[in-house]
Design a protein around this ligand. Structure first.
Ligand code: MN
Ligand code: CU
Length: 678
């Protein structure tokens, strides 16, 4: 805390300014209603009363809200509203997934008419997202369940130091369901604190419970093996509890904007440099960036780049075949909610001192809204990088040097799924690039073991011994982004340009080889499935109806940063469900209902509603409104440095203008008016 105060005291004027700015944003209502704005607390309560009126709760009627989000108006409606072609606001609607009497109900609630506009009962495979209450209530059951209490006592552990967690169970083929009622279930497994808060480093192996979420009761219990609980020593990560010696601290460092930030926030619209975009929140997707457009100085107009972009699904399969581990193949967005797991950001630590924060809201299981304070931070980043430069040293007797600072705008959230923290950045660059980065940090999942040294290990332990009795298990993280690019209009094509080595066989050159670019426009969805890494290629979204003055197609390209592909066999059940990770790149025809790459109902899904299935329709994607799906990934082989908390590991991609502008769009960027040097 001392440290924190010192840091806060240094740039006091800036802090005061930020506080004032923050108050301003809270108390001044937005000037303009926007059809893509997230649902507000008052809308959540209206939705709740409309739904509970239609489905009154009683001893026989149990109603839970599993998902409540904006049912967004059609693209045409939004675009004509933006152009002021319509005088009336589009109807405000919400999409609700509720569990009513053990059935999944899909409701469209019309807030303008204050009624349920449509309803249907879903009877296919899979279940909606867990609520917090689903998980909290399931985790509590163990403590009053006599066999569990007995197992804890037998291990000599104190019940009050035990913490339990709910794990999704996936799906492992038809055999397991024969003769059984299909149920919405989770596995509950537990950890031991007793001297640390880093409970994920202290698994109580061998005990697992199956909980029926609709009945909210334990329907299965196993106490299979007893394995030592790893020690609490050295697992602490709180500065106040870590034993000295500490590393020498660095001198204070900060970011100062003496004239305040250069961006404005109007409701949910953010404007900075030549960019403008809409920022919203969804309990499943987390951060959503919509209507990102950049002002073109030469054309004197704002040009759309991205209609909408967000995380569509995240797949995290573990590679451990032991009983309590083999089902750990998480679909974090569809099961746990990328937005539901959004955490409050800590000023000065999670975000720099010049950041502005925004809150987010979601509906709890009872339909009432809950606030996530400071769920977003927005800040200008200057990390000492160079946007462009040149020293012209060739002119005799003269040196010309011209340099521009690279200042960008970042929107950040952090989602914490139990053990893991994901830092999500959308960065807008003055050059027209959008960079998306995800940073992995937090705790790796460890399995308790009898081993205390690598030399004693005789079997495949499925991971790395990171501390005594602690094996950090091999796993993957795949993040699939849905990117509805609309490059200078919604009619786009996808062009794959392969770089191909060409042999020179004649005498026209002293060279024996060079490379050329083979561009091919994808006609249908099957032409646009790409596993990256096998050959160099440029991946472009172009507007085939618009050309630069030079005659090149207007475009944006995807630049992946590192490439990771699926390693599980395609007939393995987790991979059938996660078939959207079979390729790094897919392009589909725009369809409003195709949002979630693993299907609308990801929990216990059978893989019959994935991006791979939609792509199999093989629709035409040439000169159409199309959507880019990009999967980035990490094969995570843990190392000892990941213990007891993992230093951030980053991955990401860039969307970069490619013949979108006539020339370098940042040539005419002036340096900030005053060079500020403390
Ligand atoms: Mn599009
Ligand atoms: Cu990992």
């Amino acid at each position: 805390m001392e440290q924190n105060k010192k840091m806060a005291a240094a740039p006091s004027q800036t802090i005061l300014f930020i506080i004032l700015l923050h108050i301003f944003y809270i108390f001044v209502p937005s000037h303009q209603y926007h059809p893509l704005d997230s649902l507000t607390p008052s809308e959540f309560s209206q939705i709740r009363s409309i739904v509970t009126k239609a489905y009154p709760e009683s001893s026989t009627h149990k109603l839970t809200f599993q998902y409540v989000g904006l049912e967004e108006p059609s693209k045409q409606t939004v675009i004509s509203w933006l152009k002021n072609e319509t005088t009336t606001n589009p109807p405000r609607q919400a999409f609700v997934i509720a569990r009513i009497d053990h059935q999944t109900h899909e409701l469209i609630v019309d807030l303008s008419l204050q009624e349920i506009a449509s309803k249907r009962i879903y009877s296919g495979y899979g279940y909606p997202m867990f609520t917090f209450e689903d998980q909290e209530n399931a985790d509590k059951l163990a403590f009053t369940y006599p066999p569990f209490v007995a197992s804890i006592r037998r291990r000599g552990l104190k019940l009050e130091e035990v913490v339990c967690e709910s794990f999704s169970v996936g799906w492992y083929g038809a055999e397991e369901e024969e003769g059984k009622n299909k149920k919405r279930i989770v596995k509950v497994m537990c950890y031991y604190m007793n001297g640390t808060v880093n409970l994920f480093m202290r698994p109580i192996e061998g005990i697992s419970m199956t909980v029926d979420l609709d009945e909210m009761k334990i329907i299965g219990f196993q106490d299979r093996v007893t394995v030592p609980v790893p020690k609490a020593d050295e697992t602490e990560f709180r500065e106040s509890k870590i034993k000295p010696p500490f590393r020498q601290s660095l001198k204070a460092i900060t970011v100062v904007q003496p004239d305040g930030p250069s961006f404005t926030i109007d409701g949910h619209m953010i404007r900075w440099a030549d960019w403008e975009f809409h920022l919203s929140f969804d309990v499943r997707a987390g951060m959503i960036i919509s209507l990102a457009s950049i002002y073109d100085l030469e054309k004197q107009q704002s040009r759309r780049v991205l209609y909408k972009g967000h995380v569509s699904e995240m797949f995290v399969p573990y590679m451990d075949l032991t009983e309590e581990w083999q089902r750990r193949t998480f679909f974090d967005a569809g099961e746990y909610g990328y937005g539901l797991c959004s955490m409050t950001l800590e000023p000065l630590r999670d975000c720099p001192p010049n950041a502005v924060f925004m809150d987010a809201y979601f509906a709890k299981q009872d339909g009432m809204s809950r606030k996530i304070p400071k769920a977003f931070c927005i800040f200008e980043r200057y990390a000492g990088d160079i946007m462009w430069r040149h020293t012209e040293a060739t002119i005799p007797g003269k040196t010309v040097r011209e340099v521009r600072q690279d200042v960008s705008l970042v929107v950040r959230t952090v989602s914490t799924f139990g053990n893991y923290d994901y830092v999500n950045d959308w960065e807008f660059k003055q050059s027209g690039s959008i960079k998306v980065t995800v940073g992995l940090t937090g705790m790796v999942q460890v399995r308790g073991t009898t081993y205390t040294h690598k030399d004693h290990m005789e079997e495949d332990v499925y991971g790395t011994l990171v501390a005594e009795n602690s094996i950090a298990i091999h796993h993957d993280h795949f993040l699939t982004y849905r990117l509805d690019l609309d490059v200078d209009g919604d009619a786009n094509s996808f062009v794959k340009s392969k770089l191909r080595t060409t042999r020179v066989n004649d005498r026209r050159s002293s060279r024996k080889s060079y490379w050329t670019v083979d561009s091919k426009t994808a006609k249908t969805e099957s032409d646009a499935r790409i596993k990256l890494g096998s050959e160099p290629a440029e991946l472009l979204f172009v507007n085939p109806n618009k050309k630069t003055k030079m005659g090149n197609l207007i475009g944006y390209r995807l630049i992946p940063e590192g490439v990771t592909g699926a390693l599980l066999s395609s007939d393995d059940h987790p991979q059938i469900r996660a078939a959207f990770t079979n390729y790094n790149v897919w392009v589909t025809a725009y369809n409003k209902s195709e949002k979630w790459a693993g299907g609308l109902y990801a929990d216990q899904s059978h893989g019959d509603d994935t991006l791979a299935v939609w792509s199999n329709r093989n629709r035409s994607i040439e000169n159409k409104d199309i959507v880019l799906w990009y999967t980035l990934g990490f094969h995570h082989v843990p190392y000892q440095e990941d213990f007891p908390v993992m230093p951030t590991l980053n991955g990401g991609f860039e969307l970069r203008p490619s013949n979108f502008f006539e020339s370098n769009p940042v040539l005419k960027v002036k340096q900030p008016k005053e060079e500020y040097s403390p």
